[in-house]
Ligand binder design. Structure first.
Ligand code: TMP
Length: 207
């Protein structure tokens, strides 16, 4: 089963990602992330740092995703592993929808077309939501602001996440990112366990 964690910068997503590794250790999950699980991730980090051309940056994120799929996700799913990825396809659908505006005519359709046919959609996506002011307070404590970490960008990114939820409500679990890290981990962990059990049962029935 493929589970993805999404949310704006400062939503507490990476804290949850680390905590789930411990909370679900008995399920022996494959814990991974985008960008940065492949060598292309280094190029992505450089593109973000140097504020590369938005199309070049978007395609580097896509290239990292392609390599992530073939090097990590597909082999793990083939072994029927539980895979948990910190960011995945929806990050592109929301962040690059903002960065490509005015550059390509319909960024979301463009991004969907670029992924069509070869990607794997998540079984469950956990979306952490927080007021942008709180997210900025949290990211402000970090050393350097990336160009994504600006109020206007994060506000739109969060709105775009909510539009994806409207389109596919069954894929998403929304958790209030202002809850305590313990509560967030408990809700996310229990949901993943439940869905993982369900997935196993329906697979056994089909055998
Ligand atoms: P991170 O903070 O989760 O490591 O992600 C780095 C930044 O990259 C974050 O601001 C979100 C952004 N991002 C995109 O713009 N598109 C993508 O496809 C991914 C995976 C991340």
């Amino acid at each position: 089963m493929l589970v993805t964690l999404e949310g704006i910068d400062g939503s507490g997503k990476s804290t949850l990602h680390d905590a789930l590794g411990t909370a679900l250790a008995d399920l022996d999950p494959v814990i991974t992330r985008e960008p940065g699980s492949t060598w292309i991730g280094d190029a992505v980090r450089r593109a973000i740092r140097e504020q590369a051309d938005p199309v070049a940056e978007a395609l580097l994120f896509v290239a990292d995703h392609a390599a992530h799929l073939s090097e990590v996700i597909r082999p793990a799913l083939a072994k029927e592993k539980l895979v948990i990825s910190d960011r995945y396809i929806d990050s592109r659908f929301v962040y690059q929808q903002v960065t490509l505006e005015g550059i390509v005519p319909d960024p979301l359709s463009w991004l969907r077309a670029v992924h069509a046919g070869w990607t794997i959609y998540p079984d469950l996506t956990i979306l952490l939501t927080v007021p942008v002011s709180i997210a900025l307070e949290r990211t402000g404590k970090r050393d350097k602001e990336e160009h994504f970490e600006q109020e206007a960008v994060l506000t739109r990114v969060q709105d775009y996440y909510m539009q994806l939820v409207e389109e596919e409500p069954y894929r998403f679990l929304i958790i209030d990112g202002t809850l305590s890290p313990e509560d967030i981990t408990r809700v996310a962990g229990e949901t993943i366990r439940f869905r993982n059990e369900q997935a196993k049962k329906s697979k056994n029935k089909r055998k």
